[in-house]
Design a protein around this ligand. Structure first.
Ligand SMILES: [Zn+2]
Length: 614
């Protein structure tokens, strides 16, 4: 179906913008090009912009433009759908002869424009193609974004009385402009500062520090950076990411509930200037070092609380070889977020009981396992707080120290005292309870086992997928099964999953039955429970989730479990351990997650995407 787009009055542009948010969103969603969460966020961004621009004439962007510019969707993927939906014809590249005719027409039209109009057309990637053969003074234009509100202005400036705009895929625009309309030498000749908005990028190894200073002051980058620290703390973000995107764009994003969200795109300034601000305002960072990873530290008082920030900087490749880009990740260490109450961790039922029993023993190992960022240290800190007593000497060796643990002596590592030497010194410092941040190798494993077998309650972590595989991992490191069998009190595998927003979650009991049969769950266990799915509202930023909770697989070492490991010959039987532990009441991570679904705290999808079936 071809609809004639001739003569769109300028005022109608608002209808297109409005229309696009409804119909286009549906289509993109249905085709799986975007997900519901992105759509909700983009619509929110669009509505915010519209609210802010009311009355002051600021240009508003439509949904397609926001998806491409802010959410980094491929331009042509989105605008192909826009063109289909609004019946914009696509500019075809024709046979050679016709093509040459078209190109000379385009050149002629571009050349008839003054410098300002040329600049407008180039910067918005709009091409005047030709005047219509049949309708007098009707101009055919092509644009990579046919919904641009600058198009009428361009058409009328070229003396058209009416116009029709075609969609031109951006890849074809580049061909047309680079190869035909503006051949290389012409391109170079035209590429002057007056005609184009560009800034020269300095050659490698030759960063102009003076220029950076000018940029920092001009753009109030210090205010932006300090504002980001405050905002990150207030939003409860775990990290602030500062990432160079191009030679004049830097993204500032927050990780909230485990997901990165773009907060601000700094445009028109060199990323190097932004990074220089970070380095200047952190302790332990060298502003002029751009080739090595660096670790620094920031401390601020925000809303009456001292907040610590750990800064990590790594050199990264830019889009061009001459870029000297560095990526910055700032971990926000807000002690108020430390959970010291075991109940708040989401440990329930058998897991809670077994864990409490394990940490109440005077000796033995308590091992937390799971990938980075699964909240292992949070659980350990809560456990330590639970047993903390002034009569106990609690020593920790962590690299790096994340949170201050009240009542513990946290050994400070430095280039003179590293993790390994601290571990070796710990026994001579008369501890009762020890936290060995991580078992890295045979040596740390040996020391942790020795501590546990000589009257010390020993907390530590490993990186494995589940609890039974910790036993195999330690065995493979060279620890004898009989040592493992009696050194370990409990192994807990943990994951963090997102908590449903309590304000907007939707009851899906009818649909829930589908999950229950597909997952072969026992319907009798479920009929008394309400099952919910995420929706999205203003309170949760249209994500449907708010905060996170932990799920656990808790392998408690009963006599039977110890005996199984003691008897193991060459190979640890993980499956045998799992079967035995399940008889005691151990739940797998997925089963533990389902318990949280039953409690209405999270959704089936969230558990299925964060756990495996075992
Ligand atoms: Zn909500």
């Amino acid at each position: 179906m071809i609809r004639n787009k001739t003569d769109i009055p300028v005022s109608k542009q608002f209808d297109i913008d409005k229309d696009i948010s409804n119909k286009l969103g549906d289509i993109l969603l249905r085709k799986g090009i975007i997900d519901a969460r992105t759509l909700a966020m983009a619509v929110l961004a669009k509505n915010n912009e519209n609210l802010q621009s009311n009355g002051n004439g600021q240009p508003k962007r439509n949904l397609a433009q926001i998806l491409v510019q802010d959410f980094k969707y491929d331009h042509d993927t989105i605008f192909r759908e826009v063109a289909n939906l609004y019946a914009f014809k696509t500019l075809e590249i024709e046979s050679d002869e016709k093509e040459n005719e078209k190109i000379s027409s385009i050149k002629k039209l571009i050349n008839s424009a003054d410098a300002e109009l040329k600049k407008l057309m180039i910067s918005y990637k709009v091409i005047p193609v030709k005047f219509d053969d049949k309708i007098k003074d009707k101009l055919i234009l092509a644009a990579i974004d046919p919904t641009l509100r600058e198009i009428p202005k361009i058409a009328y400036s070229l003396n058209a009385k009416s116009y029709e705009v075609y969609y031109l895929p951006s890849i074809k625009y580049d061909q047309l402009i680079a190869d035909s309309v503006l051949p290389a030498n012409e391109y170079l000749k035209n590429f002057t500062e007056e005609n184009y908005d560009y800034r020269e990028v300095k050659e490698e190894g030759n960063i102009d520090e003076g220029l950076l200073e000018v940029e920092i002051n001009k753009s109030a980058l210090i205010n932006l950076f300090e504002g980001a620290l405050v905002e990150g703390v207030r939003r409860g973000a775990s990290d602030l990411h500062i990432i160079p995107i191009s030679s004049h764009e830097t993204d500032l994003s927050f990780r909230i509930d485990g997901r990165l969200n773009l907060w601000h795109r700094q445009e028109g300034t060199l990323p190097e200037a932004m990074i220089a601000v970070v380095k200047d305002r952190s302790r332990g960072l060298d502003r002029f070092e751009r080739e090595q990873g660096q670790d620094g530290f920031i401390q601020r008082e925000i809303d009456g609380h001292v907040i610590r920030f750990r800064v990590s900087i790594l050199p990264i490749a830019g889009s061009e070889i001459r870029n000297r880009f560095e990526s910055v990740v700032i971990r926000i260490l807000d002690d108020r977020k430390v959970i010291t109450d075991l109940d708040e961790l989401g440990l329930t039922g058998y897991a809670r009981e077994a864990f409490q029993k394990a940490i109440s023993k005077p000796q033995g190992m308590v091992i937390m396992t799971g990938p980075t960022g699964c909240g292992k240290s949070t659980t350990i800190i809560a456990a330590l707080s639970n047993i903390m007593d002034p009569s106990l000497n609690v020593l920790t060796v962590e690299d790096p120290i994340e949170y201050v643990i009240k009542g513990a002596r946290q050994i400070k590592l430095s280039h003179k005292m590293n993790f390994d030497s601290a571990i070796r010194s710990i026994l001579r410092h008369d501890p009762d309870v020890v936290l060995v941040g991580e078992i890295r190798d045979r040596e740390t494993a040996d020391i942790a086992i020795k501590l546990a077998n000589t009257g010390h309650l020993t907390f530590t972590t490993l990186h494995t997928n589940d609890a039974p595989s910790v036993v195999s991992r330690l065995y493979k490191m060279g620890i004898e099964p009989f040592l493992l069998a009696y050194a370990i009190n409990v192994i807990v595998a943990q994951r963090l999953v997102r908590k449903l927003c309590q304000k907007c979650k939707r009851n899906i009991n009818g649909l829930g039955a589908g999950y229950i049969s597909r997952l072969k769950l026992n319907p009798d266990d479920w009929h008394n429970h309400d099952i919910y799915e995420p929706v999205g509202c203003e309170k949760c930023g249209y994500t449907g989730f708010n905060g996170r909770l932990a799920i656990h697989e808790t392998l408690y070492f009963t006599k039977e479990i110890s005996q199984l490991i003691f008897d193991a010959g060459e190979k640890i039987d993980e499956e045998g351990l799992r079967v035995a532990a399940k008889k005691d009441g151990m739940l797998s991570l997925r089963e533990s997650g389902f318990e949280k679904v039953k409690m209405g705290l999270t959704s089936f999808e969230e558990i299925l995407s964060n756990t495996t079936d075992n």
